[in-house]
Design a protein around this ligand. Sequence first.
Ligand code: S3P
Length: 170
Amino acid sequence: MRRRNVILVGFMGTGKSTVGKLLAKRLGWTFIDMDERIEKEQRMPIRELFRIHGESYFRDLETKALSAQLDADQQIVATGGGAVLAEENRSCMLDNGWVIALTANPDTIISRVSRDQNRPLLQGNLQERVNTLLEERKHAYEFAHVTIDTTHLNTDQIVDLILQTNTLEP
Ligand code: S3P
């Protein structure tokens, strides 16, 4: 592996940002949320980016931002749930860090995402949208080095497991 980063991938609501922040604190590394980076650069929320410019415009921004971000070291990078869909992004992640996929069962995902309105792909019937996307993406996160099912774990337990998976030193 060329660089030392931890890259968190997973479906919406699997806890990438919450886990990433705590992991960064434990390692003394920088935490980066890719959606936040894009929102800052574009000066608008993700849902507005989708509404005004469409999903493919967002995906291009996401690819460019990810490759720029992974040029640096010692970061915990939480990616958007769809960042794994492009092969270019997957190889960039595998080349530049230790890739951890977080998963959770559908009910857990639905209860976690129901609190947040900033997810354009979940507009409409939430349960239906989550189930459809989970089906479409059922193999999308399998490229990761490690997969952790977060359904019955708290944030501390998830971070402990991640720290056990590789020799990441604070
Ligand atoms: C998306 C997930 C979102 C965000 C955008 C698209 C997806 O990120 O990037 O709404 O395609 O799964 P989170 O996984 O952080 O919610």
